[in-house]
Design a binder for this molecule. Sequence first.
Ligand SMILES: *[C@@H]1O[C@H](CO)[C@@H](O)[C@H](O)[C@H]1NC(C)=O
Ligand SMILES: *[C@@H]1O[C@H](CO)[C@@H](O)[C@H](O)[C@H]1NC(C)=O
Ligand SMILES: *[C@@H]1O[C@H](CO)[C@@H](O)[C@H](O)[C@H]1NC(C)=O
Ligand SMILES: *[C@@H]1O[C@H](CO)[C@@H](O)[C@H](O)[C@H]1NC(C)=O
Ligand SMILES: *[C@@H]1O[C@H](CO)[C@@H](O)[C@H](O)[C@H]1NC(C)=O
Ligand SMILES: *[C@@H]1O[C@H](CO)[C@@H](O)[C@H](O)[C@H]1NC(C)=O
Ligand SMILES: *[C@@H]1O[C@H](CO)[C@@H](O)[C@H](O)[C@H]1NC(C)=O
Ligand SMILES: *[C@@H]1O[C@H](CO)[C@@H](O)[C@H](O)[C@H]1NC(C)=O
Ligand SMILES: *[C@@H]1O[C@H](CO)[C@@H](O)[C@H](O)[C@H]1NC(C)=O
Ligand SMILES: *[C@@H]1O[C@H](CO)[C@@H](O)[C@H](O)[C@H]1NC(C)=O
Length: 474
Amino acid sequence: MTTPLLQIIILLILSLLLQSLASKSATPTRIQLPHPPRTALSVTDFGAIGDGIHYDTEAIQSTINSCPTSPPIKTCHVSFPPGIYLTATIHLKSNVVLNIQEGATLLGGTKLEDYPKEFNRWYVVLAENVRDVGITGGGVVDGQGLKFVKRFDERKNVMVSWNSTGACLGDECRPRLVGFIGCTNVKVWNVMLSEPAYWCLHIVQCRNTYIYDVSIYGDFNSPNNDGIDIEDSNNTLITRCHINTGDDAICPKTYTGPLYNLTVTDCWIRTKSSAIKLGSASWFEFKGLVFDNISIVDSHRGLGLQIRDGGNVSDVTFSNINISTRYYDPSWWGRAEPIYVTTCPRHSCSKEGSISNLQFINITAKSENGVFLSGSKGGLLSNLRFINMNLTYSRWTDYTGGLVDYRPGCQGLVNHSAAGIIMEHIEGFEIENVNMRWSDYQNELWDNPLDFRPSTVNNISLRNFHSALYKQMK
Ligand SMILES: *[C@@H]1O[C@H](CO)[C@@H](O)[C@H](O)[C@H]1NC(C)=O
Ligand SMILES: *[C@@H]1O[C@H](CO)[C@@H](O)[C@H](O)[C@H]1NC(C)=O
Ligand SMILES: *[C@@H]1O[C@H](CO)[C@@H](O)[C@H](O)[C@H]1NC(C)=O
Ligand SMILES: *[C@@H]1O[C@H](CO)[C@@H](O)[C@H](O)[C@H]1NC(C)=O
Ligand SMILES: *[C@@H]1O[C@H](CO)[C@@H](O)[C@H](O)[C@H]1NC(C)=O
Ligand SMILES: *[C@@H]1O[C@H](CO)[C@@H](O)[C@H](O)[C@H]1NC(C)=O
Ligand SMILES: *[C@@H]1O[C@H](CO)[C@@H](O)[C@H](O)[C@H]1NC(C)=O
Ligand SMILES: *[C@@H]1O[C@H](CO)[C@@H](O)[C@H](O)[C@H]1NC(C)=O
Ligand SMILES: *[C@@H]1O[C@H](CO)[C@@H](O)[C@H](O)[C@H]1NC(C)=O
Ligand SMILES: *[C@@H]1O[C@H](CO)[C@@H](O)[C@H](O)[C@H]1NC(C)=O
């Protein structure tokens, strides 16, 4: 398989080779150490108790601050032996890696005074404008998200909001779990991130981020429990992650600048929202995104583009992906679409971004609703390809269908009978080797494999496209 990952690995090896050749010819006598020199400090040597009751904030922060900063030390591991370390926000320095060992939990505080004044710094672990930082060790970072539930509700929990303080408005005023802001060379690996009160892992304006073997768990009924949010960042690689959470699992956004080169491979995802979602914050460009070998299970939406603010999207590939999507309570965005591509103005004065060069290859989906592809008048959807896809439609929950979902903003929820693929405002769409199967057991009418508004859809080609009924066991 010539997957994009393989290409990246080949490129990496090539560049390493070139680098080593270059350094050899430039400094032939230099001795190369096999590993960068590193040091390790244990938080218990700085007074951390690890009983889960007393705050260890000061001990942890002094350990980090005691890390040597001068060469030859390159990396300083701050170790957490088994234990539960209750903490307020801790700040990472350059060259520091938190090594939370197996059996150790870094437990975020649940009080407002545990976090800095500014809402945009409310994280349990925060790295700001530093480089060569990371988290690893086999242990857990836990945000105690359930303590932020005001009222449990299977449809959607009602959450605490610290909005009365004025630091933040609305109902989303809760701390995030881990944040890297303006960082270079970030590595998060072999760690579990659990129960965030709000978003889980937040990558903002970073360069070169590598996230692998990370497991993320958020409560399935809590809103805003996003998995990984990647904002305005370049060159991000996410691989072998396991994400089981309430809100969007992998969510690239653009607020203040573009997002280039995001690759996500070999992940497993379950969410009550979108498994993968570009947007909805979409003020700048998204370009060069690859999603490969991903399993999406029991989610409200599979692969989603929710472009609302005028940023343009181009060169995005989704390949080798299995999807199962179903309806959940309609208070969550999503209508069980395996694929959802929309661009429309959020408000009447918002700009319309365009989406072009979007490919879906080797996709298998079993879903309670069809595919929704919707450009808009000023935000065309162009050069779309569906290649090797098996789409199976049936119903197994009792939620009513028959709505298309333009939220947030735009036209909101609109009555529209279900169809295999609904299309509007599209220019250039190739469909090749695509099979649709329809269950004969229906509590709503499926009567249309391809539903398009002819005056807004141009240049569709169908090659080896099939659509057929099948018997659903009941
Ligand atoms: C799609 O699947 C086929 C058969 O498994 C494989 O040969 C091909 O490389 C895949 N394409 C991509 C882009 O991964
Ligand atoms: C504060 O948050 C609550 C939800 O917890 C919400 O109902 C309320 O509208 C918010 N108030 C303001 C002023 O944003
Ligand atoms: C990402 O790359 C673009 C294009 O080079 C650049 O404008 C932007 O500032 C970069 N972002 C970051 C966070 O470095
Ligand atoms: C994105 O990746 C391409 C291809 O590897 C590279 O040429 C480009 O410089 C990268 N963009 C940024 C902003 O780093
Ligand atoms: C796909 O990802 C799974 C992990 O989710 C991994 O076990 C498997 O080896 C990957 N397959 C390929 C072809 O890389
Ligand atoms: C998708 O399902 C097929 C058939 O069950 C399996 O062979 C393939 O490995 C799965 N791929 C992923 C990415 O889960
Ligand atoms: C999106 O593309 C259009 C047309 O090329 C351009 O006018 C607009 O400035 C772009 N938007 C952004 C946010 O770059
Ligand atoms: C779709 O189903 C056909 C027939 O069962 C199978 O040959 C093909 O490999 C499947 N394609 C994908 C992408 O799963
Ligand atoms: C959608 O349909 C429902 C029931 O079929 C009806 O009550 C409702 O008024 C319709 N909404 C719109 C916006 O047409
Ligand atoms: C139709 O779309 C394809 C890509 O989907 C493109 O290569 C081709 O040039 C388009 N044809 C016309 C007449 O626009």
